[in-house]
Design a protein around this ligand. Sequence first.
Ligand SMILES: Nc1ncnc2c1ncn2[C@@H]1O[C@H](COP(=O)(O)OP(=O)(O)OP(=O)(O)O)[C@@H](O)[C@H]1O
Ligand SMILES: [Mg+2]
Length: 235
Amino acid sequence: MNVLAMTNVQKKFGARTALDGLDLKLSSGEVFALLGPNGAGKTTTINLILGFLKADVGVVDVCGIDAALEPLRARQHIAYIPEQVALYATMSGLDNLRYFTTLAGLTLDAERSSELLTEAGLTLEAQHRPAQSYSKGMRQKVGIAIAMARSAKLLLLDEPTSGLDPSASAEFSRVVRAAADRGTAVLMATHDLYRIKELADRVGVLHRGRVAEDIDPAALDHVALEQIYMERLST
Ligand SMILES: Nc1ncnc2c1ncn2[C@@H]1O[C@H](COP(=O)(O)OP(=O)(O)OP(=O)(O)O)[C@@H](O)[C@H]1O
Ligand SMILES: [Mg+2]
């Protein structure tokens, strides 16, 4: 069964058509990179999957659940990491993780919580510091640890590596790859052609409200990837 199945999804904002018959399917363990210029509809696609927006036409299915009809049930299978992960500033990373997982109905002891944060790449020293002292990359690591604790089947990432330094970005890729290897399906909206090459199993370009998927990231270097991306947008 597909973890995510979007079928003929159309979404307009007033007279502006954001999505125009988008089809997108994802299975367990796949990393899909969604490329597209500013305003192409990447965030709109994510908001439809989360049930924050409803499609005008078409179906968004998450693990067999219609995301428009039963958004809460669908969201139980989803972990979402926005560009800026919001944490409680005065609480430590560890306490943030325990707080958010408790809200999700999980009981994690301190040892397991710390283990998850370590796996996400947050040092022990940082885990005990107030989150207000965290960089963007560190906040994302807490976001990833929360996602892993919830064993979400679908991980949604909106421009996860923008603003990260190269080593933080590489570490982020490693953690996402590990999640995929454990069976999580990953949808990543991104402008980061360099990361796609090493991380994505599949690449689609969102253009004119649809996904064109004819790029094999494994077969290309990032210069060739950029060239194809540009060609796609000029059609
Ligand atoms: N709530 C909204 N109301 C009106 N128009 C919207 C709304 N959300 C998105 N749009 C429009 O839909 C289109 C797609 O926007 P979206 O934010 O999904 O693009 P994006 O691919 O995420 O862009 P970026 O790379 O800049 O993040 C744009 O034309 C945008 O102006
Ligand atoms: Mg966006």
